[in-house]
Design a protein around this ligand. Structure first.
Ligand code: TXA
Ligand code: MG
Length: 329
């Protein structure tokens, strides 16, 4: 299939909306990562997403809306907590899980009786969703198991030839996916950490919010079970920033090793290819997936250094620990 890659304007948005209402799939930018969208009410269209990504069918998708009123059309019961989050944090990089109504097909929700809903803040995402004028379910627009796409070029790397249209927008500002907040239990639960933190959510809700233990089998976000964010070459994670130890380990690999780390490490690793994550935690989130994709093209092993500890830093840690398949030192 030929894939058109088009700048976002009235003409390409009209085409995108036509493809979506006709049962096809379209990649589009958001403030977190690029998404691969389909009409959330159209089972055949949704199946094309799973096919293009090679995604397991029991891993549910997030339904994206541009208009808060649409939430009533997909959910059974919009609780007070949901209303508070919608009021204070939406649009933005947060997703809420609510009880679904019967109109959303099972293939969107992986057979669960809940549905995840998100309202992106990026003007480009909003323009796309408004043009479609229906709920659009969308996972990240990468091949399953690969680092999420934060530029249109990443989407093209994974999806060219597999989908009819990529909307060519700006690079994603946040760089990691939305915080997923489950509001279907008495205590709200963060199923996937993101740049919107536990304490921000607790402030909005005025109550405690839980984070399920990562080994708890009852945890309800199926996406957490699978291999995720993996570059094409062997990847390792260092969490203490011990430069001598890292150098020794890098040399022991006897490979063309790339270092993915914040600017503070660049001087210490002069003999290695260096991929900068910037200075701040926000920079780290913004850059991580891009730098992993850059590094895999130039190296045959990657060492990520991520030694920052804070709520926001932990959301980046959540991604890098998966990228390296748990190989830490
Ligand atoms: O920022 C984002 O959320 C991006 C952009 C495109 O909006 N989307 C994204 O989608 O990251 P995806 O499919 O890569 O991740 C969706 C996550 C998965 O971990 C999935 O298991 C979880 O949300 N999820 C979706 N529906 C759920 C539900 N009903 N209950 C629990 N978890 C759900
Ligand atoms: Mg994803």
């Amino acid at each position: 299939m030929d894939t058109s890659i088009l700048d976002i304007d009235a003409k390409s948005l009209t085409l995108a909306a036509k493809l979506i209402s006709g049962g096809d799939i379209v990649a589009f930018p958001t403030e977190t990562v690029y998404g691969l969208g389909a009409n959330a009410f159209d089972e055949c269209a949704v199946k094309k997403i799973y096919q293009a990504k090679g995604r397991p069918g029991d891993n549910p998708l997030i339904v994206h809306i541009a208009d808060k009123a649409l939430i009533e059309k997909i959910c059974l019961n919009v609780s007070d907590d949901a209303k508070k989050i919608m009021h204070s944090l939406m649009p933005g990089p947060i997703t809420i899980v609510l009880e679904k109504n019967g109109k959303i097909p099972d293939c969107v929700t992986g057979g669960l009786n809940t549905v995840a809903v998100r309202m992106p803040s990026s003007p480009e995402a909003q323009a796309f969703l408004k043009a479609c004028n229906l709920p659009v379910c969308a996972p990240s627009a990468n091949t399953s198991t690969r680092p999420s796409p934060t530029t249109w070029k990443h989407v093209a790397e994974d999806m060219e030839g597999k989908i009819p249209l990529i909307l060519k927008g700006a690079d994603c500002q946040v760089g990691i996916e939305s915080t997923v907040l489950d509001l279907t239990h008495q205590m709200p639960l963060i199923l996937r950490p993101g740049i919107v933190t536990q304490s921000e959510i607790e402030n909005v809700l005025g109550k405690k919010v839980g984070i399920p233990d990562k080994f708890d089998k009852s945890m309800n976000s199926p996406g957490i079970r699978y291999k995720h964010y993996a570059p094409k070459c062997d990847t390792y994670l260092n969490t203490d920033g011990d430069r001598e130890k890292i150098k020794k380990f890098a040399l022991s690999l006897e490979k063309n090793v790339g270092i993915v780390a914040s600017d503070a490490y660049e001087k210490s690793f002069a003999g290695f290819k260096f991929f900068s994550l910037g200075n701040t935690v926000e920079d780290g989130a913004h850059n991580i997936f891009k730098k992993l994709r850059d590094a895999e093209k130039q190296c045959d092993a990657i060492i990520i250094i991520w030694d920052v500890k804070s709520e926001k830093a932990d959301s980046v840690f959540n991604r890098v620990i998966k990228s390296c398949g748990g190989k830490t030192f």
